[in-house]
Design a protein around this ligand. Structure first.
Ligand code: SF4
Ligand code: SF4
Length: 273
């Protein structure tokens, strides 16, 4: 979803990426594991399908809609793993730092965003402007970090060519990508010297239960000696994630994720039959 096409080059890129399950920057890890191409034609992101009246889009939809054309399905603040943050352009990194909470495992929504989200009702998805993702480019009406968008965004299709079964498969792919991101981000975190202690400090830093005057303490404790050098750390995290061999990656992912990959491959084969 979520790309406005303004040139022939962009159109070709869009056509290519729209068939591919993963963001381009995930290719080093996933292109050989899940070389999937799954065409979806109904989610017409340039002119958002969900911004149209319900009667004009029959069939199963993932969310009820109607969405705002200028918000689409981006009223969401996704978790961004550390190894993706290491590839962010400077201006996008500045947005991440000001809009969310940076931790060694990745980026999380600010407490203010979490509080707004907690109060929102499900039917406000796609409609509530103060929940718009900080990476949405309002001038272009599209995602501003398209090639680095995380799994939750990659796998969001409001409608599928394969109806409810197709939406179910995208939900499986979303679960897989969420686990893939977390597993790889956590391994990098550990290999760069962090432990369960810093993980626990990080959890406290993003928790709504934490007192406001204690939050900064937990953020600083989560970063330890890396505090103030977050961008540098994320670049090292990306380099570390890219350094794993195929065999190491297989062992990092472990059986549950490998089984999920097999399930997804089989489902796509069934759809193609
Ligand atoms: S709601 Fe559907 S059509 Fe609209 S941007 Fe999202 S995926 Fe694309
Ligand atoms: S990262 Fe991009 S696709 Fe995902 S919610 Fe933000 S703007 Fe939308």
């Amino acid at each position: 979803m979520r790309l406005r096409v303004t040139s022939l080059r962009a159109l070709k890129y869009y056509a290519c990426m729209h068939n591919y399950v993963f963001p381009a920057t995930y290719a080093p890890w996933l292109a050989s594991r899940l070389p999937l191409s799954l065409k979806e034609h109904k989610a017409t992101c340039q002119s958002c399908l969900m911004a149209r009246p319900v009667a004009t889009r029959p069939g199963a939809t993932r969310d009820p809609g109607v969405f705002s054309e200028s918000l689409k399905c981006c009223t969401y603040f996704p978790y961004i793993p550390n190894f993706s943050l290491g590839a962010f352009a400077e201006n996008d990194f500045a947005k991440a730092a000001s809009a969310g909470i940076l931790l060694p495992v990745g980026l999380y929504p600010s407490v203010a965003y979490q509080e707004r989200k907690a109060k929102a009702v499900r039917s406000s998805f796609g409609q509530q402007a103060d929940l718009l993702c900080p990476f949405f480019n309002q001038n272009q009406n599209s995602c501003g970090i398209w090639s680095l968008r995380p799994g939750v965004c990659t796998s969001y299709f409001c409608q599928s060519d394969r109806g409810a079964e197709g939406l179910k498969l995208w939900s499986e792919i979303e679960d897989y990508l969420n686990q893939f991101e977390w597993t790889l981000a956590k391994r990098v975190f550990e290999d760069l010297g962090f432990s369960e202690n810093e993980l626990a400090f990080g959890r406290a830093a993003i928790s709504l239960e934490t007192e406001q005057d204690e939050r900064q303490f937990f953020i600083e404790a989560a970063w330890g000696t890396h505090l103030g050098k977050e961008n540098e750390f994320y670049k090292r995290a990306r380099a570390m994630a890219l350094s794993y061999t195929a065999q190491q990656l297989e062992s990092i992912l472990g059986s549950p994720l490998i089984e999920s990959e097999e399930f997804i491959r089989q489902k796509i084969t069934d759809f193609s039959a």
